[in-house]
Design a protein around this ligand. Structure first.
Ligand SMILES: [Zn+2]
Length: 268
């Protein structure tokens, strides 16, 4: 008798990199692959993304779009390697890349500097600037970029001397009519996570580096998601993860949560 195959969940998050800005040797930098039915969206592409995708068995033509939340290296450091990997593994489909407007010339220049011309790599790129509050479709998913204040203080300090730098940062709401995800990427204030939850989310994926747990938990309790996944957790928590889990448990009052690790696959 052949065993009944276990059906793969139709909606899932594959964590390719849950690290924070400071590398620690145990976690790759930010990269999250969302599966909404047959649509796959890659959110951010930190160092190690191309390896993670291959390890996860993701084929070169499987990704429907790349979303880049902001230009910190731990979110985009694997970009040119991702393009090189897709080229060498034979991607043929065009790849939409949704990024902060001012990042697009820089990303194009980076491709040129690393000798990745579209005629060479064999697939075209569609560059689309992100606009806060303006939704767009990526495969079967509607993406709503929301503004994040993550880079505001850096803009105040360095905006004048770095006039061409992208200081915009975004969070994302993703939904396909069946499931809804709120993904903070990097935020500046806990209420920005709360705003993403104003429409009920089946899954909240939130950083825990730039915001304090009590404020973040208060925002989550205000509009509870189906499940909260903590990523980009500040490295000082790593040595005391059971303590962090117990504090989250207390703060969220029994609401479902997970502290994600690289390679985790989380259905939603
Ligand atoms: Zn950042």
């Amino acid at each position: 008798m052949t065993p009944t195959p276990i059906a793969k969940p139709t909606h899932s998050l594959k964590c390719l990199g849950v690290g924070e800005g400071k590398p620690c040797g145990r976690r790759h930098s930010s990269a999250f692959l969302y599966r909404f039915g047959s649509t796959r969206l890659l959110v951010d592409c930190g160092d190690g993304t191309s390896h993670g995708l291959i390890q996860a068995g993701v084929g070169p033509d499987d990704i429907d779009a790349l979303l880049l939340s902001h230009m910190h290296s731990d979110h985009v450091g694997g970009f040119s390697m991702l393009i090189q990997s897709l080229w060498l593994h034979g991607r043929r489909r065009r790849l939409p890349i949704h990024a902060p407007a001012r990042a697009i010339p820089a990303l194009k220049a980076w491709m040129q500097a690393t000798i990745l011309h579209e005629d060479l790599v064999g697939f075209g790129l569609d560059w689309v600037p992100l606009t806060a509050g303006k939704p767009f479709s990526a495969g079967a998913v509607e993406v709503l970029p929301q503004p994040s204040s993550h880079l505001d203080s850096l803009q105040r300090s360095f905006g004048a001397v770095l006039p061409d730098t992208a200081f915009e940062a975004f969070s994302f709401q993703l939904h396909d009519g069946h499931r809804r995800v709120a993904h903070t990427a990097d935020i500046g204030r806990a209420d920005e996570a709360g705003r993403l939850l104003e429409v009920h989310a089946d899954l909240l994926v939130t950083e825990l580096s730039h915001v304090r747990l009590p404020e973040l938990a208060a925002a989550i309790r205000g509009n509870p998601p189906g499940k909260t996944v903590f990523v980009h957790v500040a490295s000082e928590w790593l040595s005391v993860e059971p303590e962090l889990a117990s504090q989250i448990q207390d703060q969220l009052g029994g609401m479902p949560f997970q502290i994600a690790r690289d390679e985790d696959e989380i259905p939603f």
